[in-house]
Write a new protein. Structure first.
Length: 322
């Protein structure tokens, strides 16, 4: 397996900025041929599992997101993680340190779906010792802001040339209809699905699909994210940090975390530990240095719980081979 080189990283960051950017557009900015970009994209898919996925911004749709922690007996952890990964409303399902905790992000579409899972199914699951659900109150980093934006593979001028011009989203929640849902459903499987497939799956003309896609992106209801294996990039140690922060310091701590190169997600959440951050490091020694030198020196952080990620069962999509 070939490790990503400088050009691979540029292609990855370009697609983090705009997952629907054409290979011709990316090639013009990078100063290479579109065939070279296409070949690098194919290699990245093979070697790192790199994919572009269409995602909905739940805050724009007026729907809260949750992070769920499930403590269970060791024999139950993997089957439980797999079952959660198969659900359409879960993302980032992980087996955590010790193999007795499963953690996942959950985006229920309705209150009924939320209650059915959190109050009904999970507490009654055999060998689940405890369930804690934490509502995401404010996201400091993540979503449209991907971790690849922090690797600085592209120059500021290249970033500006590749960044889509969407404008400011309108105020208030966005409402989706059946055509929007069908379009998003296709893009959730493949964010770079060609126009012909989008037309075929939605039963709409090219003009309608383009107009719908533009509207969904402009309102912020739809954005494009990327998933890939961090290990080939040399960042094989992942961890979740649960921080206890004085309420008055939530905003300051959140902004500080968002600026850290190690942080790929950070949010204020409900619960005693009221800030959660997903970090990616090269080694456990680097993680230790980050905890002592950066987290330990951040004003307002009163306590920190660190959980190593043993295995990422699901990122944005579920692949049983992962």
């Amino acid at each position: 397996m070939a490790l990503p080189d400088a050009l691979d990283l540029k292609v990855m960051q370009a697609l983090q900025l705009d997952g629907r950017a054409s290979f011709v557009q990316i090639a013009e900015v990078l100063g290479v041929s579109d065939k070279t970009v296409a070949r690098r994209f194919t290699g990245l898919r093979r070697d790192t599992g790199f994919r572009v996925i269409g995602m909905t911004d739940e805050t724009r749709l007026g729907r809260p997101s949750w992070i769920v922690r499930l403590r269970c007996t060791p024999d139950a952890a993997e089957p439980l993680a797999t079952a959660l990964a198969r659900r359409a409303d879960t993302f980032y399902v992980s087996l955590m340190s010790g193999g007795t905790e499963v953690m996942c992000a959950m985006r229920p579409r309705t209150q009924q779906e939320r209650d059915e899972l959190l109050l009904g199914r999970l507490p009654r699951t055999p060998r689940v010792v405890s369930v804690s659900a934490h509502c995401v109150l404010n996201q400091f980093y993540g979503g449209t802001l991907g971790w690849l934006s922090k690797i600085s593979a592209l120059t500021p001028e290249q970033e500006e040339a590749l960044r889509p011009r969407l404008g400011e989203p309108p105020a208030g929640p966005v409402t989706l209809d059946a055509v929007d849902e069908a379009l998003i459903g296709v893009l959730r499987r493949d964010g770079r699905a060609p126009m012909a497939e989008l037309q075929s799956r939605t039963g709409q003309s090219e003009a309608v699909v383009k107009r719908r896609l533009d509207r969904l992106r402009r309102t912020g209801a739809l954005y494009f994210d990327v998933e890939y294996d961090h290990e080939p990039l040399g960042h094989g140690v992942g961890a979740m940090l649960w921080l206890t922060v004085a309420p008055a310091g939530l905003g300051t701590v959140g902004k500080t975390l968002a600026a850290h190169s190690e942080v790929r997600f950070a949010a204020a959440v409900s619960g005693r530990a009221n800030v959660v951050a997903a970090v990616q490091c090269r080694t456990t020694q680097e993680l230790y240095a980050y905890l002592t030198d950066r987290i330990g020196a951040t004003p307002g952080v009163q306590n920190a719980e660190t959980l190593l990620t043993l295995r990422q069962v699901k990122v944005l999509t579920y692949d049983p081979r992962r």
